[in-house]
Ligand binder design. Structure first.
Ligand code: THG
Length: 269
């Protein structure tokens, strides 16, 4: 399971404040802790000020790279900000994200092709997120036709079926899971990812919803997710689900995780 660590996100209040105040220590600490917790990529999102996005993103990248060499996930829909960012990264990044929107495809796919990046593709077009898994598959077919046209191998594409909030549509998880199963069949070389916490928005006991959904999605073929790697219970779910899905030869990772204490209650509780 590849983890895209979510915490350096300018839509979060505390991170927005740190960006505005150029608080290096706060961002550096988030970067270090998430990298140590096993993140494959650190997502960096500079927030929603289009006029400042490129500048803020460059600052985030510089601060994060001053404390870790974990590769970055550049979380932006803005080709200009992404172009600037690509010139500043030390390792080939994950681009988060493209969609079926033509301007986004035209603006971002050349960057992905030129630099050999991995890329997340959202199952949505310019207008909206389709309701049914059939319609999401249609959008995914369009996007995959474009990535292939640009010569980007399927195994560099991470398809995000999009988990909408379960509180507004109780079929949201089923639609995302069905989309994942179909993607697995039709694009066996492509990866699947998801922004895990969207599913539980507006409900209590969110962590339970997130964790159970994560395990269901892993059974449907999810091999990557945007989540909080500092959540030990989530890490425990991941190693256990991988064990049960035949992805842990001789149970070594599970036993190692147990020795490291990830199944113990956190101290103080
Ligand atoms: N798919 C893709 N990219 C994404 C998303 C997705 N990027 C953004 C988002 N969705 C995933 N990232 C985050 C980052 C932080 C939080 C949630 C999702 C987060 N949320 C707090 C919570 O859920 O309680 C509330 C905010 C806060 O802490 O202030 O931390 O779906 N490709």
């Amino acid at each position: 399971m590849k983890i895209i660590a979510e915490k350096i996100n300018g839509t979060r209040k505390r991170v927005a404040q740190a960006i505005a105040e150029r608080d290096r220590d706060y961002i550096a600490d988030l970067a270090k802790r998430q990298a140590e917790a096993g993140a494959t990529w650190l997502d960096v999102n500079a927030g929603t000020h289009p006029s400042q996005e490129a500048e803020d993103l460059l600052w985030l990248i510089e601060v994060v790279q001053s404390v870790t060499d974990t590769p970055l996930s550049l979380d932006s829909a803005n080709p200009k900000a992404l172009r600037a960012a690509i010139g500043a990264v030390q390792k080939i990044p994950l681009i988060n994200s493209i969609s079926g929107e033509p301007e986004r495809l035209e603006g971002i796919l050349p960057i992905v092709a030129e630099h050999g990046c991995d890329v997340i593709a959202l199952a949505m077009d310019a207008k909206k997120i389709p309701e049914s898994s059939e319609k999401r598959l249609e959008v995914i077919h369009q996007i995959m036709a474009e990535t292939r046209r640009y010569g980007i191998p399927d195994e560099r594409v991470y398809i995000d079926p999009l988990a909408m909030t379960i509180s507004t549509n109780t079929d949201s998880a089923l639609i995302a899971l069905e989309t994942m199963r179909r993607v697995r069949q039709e694009y066996p070389e492509a990866h699947l990812t998801i922004g895990l916490s969207n599913i539980s928005f507006g409900l209590p006991a969110r962590s339970y919803i997130n964790r159970v959904f994560l395990v269901m999605a892993m059974a449907a073929g999810l091999d990557s997710a945007i989540l909080d790697p500092l959540d030990r219970e989530i890490q425990a779910m991941i190693v256990t689900a991988e064990l049960l899905l035949g992805k842990d030869k001789h149970c070594l990772n599970f036993i190692r995780a147990h020795r490291k204490g990830i199944f113990e209650p956190p101290s103080g509780s």
